[in-house]
Design a protein. Sequence first.
Length: 432
Amino acid sequence: MHLNPVSTLSYWLQDAPYQAPNSDPLPAEADIVIVGAGLTGMSTAYWLQQFRPDLKVVIVDARGVSSGATGRNGGIISPGLNDDFEKMTQDYGEESAERMIQFDYRNTEMLSDFLDKHSDKDRGAFDPELTWTKGTVIAWSSPQEAADALPGAKRLASLVDDINVLEPGQLQQMLPTLPLFRFGGIHVRTTAIAWAAKIVFCLTRQVMAHANKPYLATHTRVERVDENNTVHTSRGPIRARRVAFCTNAWTPHLLPEMKPVVKPVRNQVTSSTKSAHKLDYVVSANYGYQYLSSRPNGDLIMGGMRDIVPSKQEYEDDDSSLNTAVSQALNTFMRDVLKAPVEKEWVGVMGFTRDRLPLVGHLADISSRSVKGQYVAAGFTGHGMPRTYLSGRALAQLLTDQPLDDWFPKEFLLDHASRRSWWSESKLESKL
């Protein structure tokens, strides 16, 4: 796995700030080095300043700020489990599953509060245009999908007031221009759309305005991190007391423990300024393999279709080129169903975990290597927008030896009991 310095041009990264290389000399040492300048990394940097404003922090990224998954997604913030509720309750119990849902809602609310205070309202580089929609419709695309999802959906709706099950007739009333989706579904009322990269730019601006601002090392590739926490980069080494890996799909490239646990998954996204449809709802369909939304200005964003290729684009990390078959499927759907010719198309790489939950914690808790002082928050499995801001807070708490908030899901931690068997495999992998 290797991050290609060249990538497809995302709709969200046109004329973006913080993309130029930093020509100032790289610091020789730091209290904390954060690897990755996306939503997780910048959230971590922001929370570190709240907890320990005295620390010397360096943020390193192989490209520009928010050039990875956050700058290449669909711009959707929709809280809720990233898996079937019935399965989650079987795996973790109903109380834990409900707590994970409430974490997503808390993250969404607190991120919105941050943007109320620290974003512009001028549609410029620091205005994410956070807009509350009428909700997310998770549309079942076949009788089989409906049968698979209905038991968990009913149970979920009985516990969360914000969520309800849709009969086929209700779904058709809500999505009259999308007749393909006619088998019912779920409605999640709390949903926002946003220019996700600009959320990261707002965090970056706030972090860099601090009196003790970090050194931002864009276009600086991390080659390896020694067991003594020396971060070796393409511009030289940085000696750190602690290192935070906020690298999502790229994490296995730097941490051998993560190779059997985090897999990169490519996803393609398209946009059109000429759609005849203005969607009031965010739509997710076909087990989440297709999703679409309308931006405040009417532009249509649609992503997915990776399920039409045998690999489902799993274990693929090249975001510099498009998959022809996926492109054709996206273009056909946009043209024939949505009457929207594709104008831009790009690729992002997600980091999927075995249990579809993020990985947050101290590597020393699970590794056979000497990695004291090395921490990670990664593997958001295509569901990072409702989780990364407060996962960054948790990572900052761990980095500064503070207790985690009692509402933080313990199931996200590296050393949670449900994950213990993973790490014996990882130890074997690290020796190969």
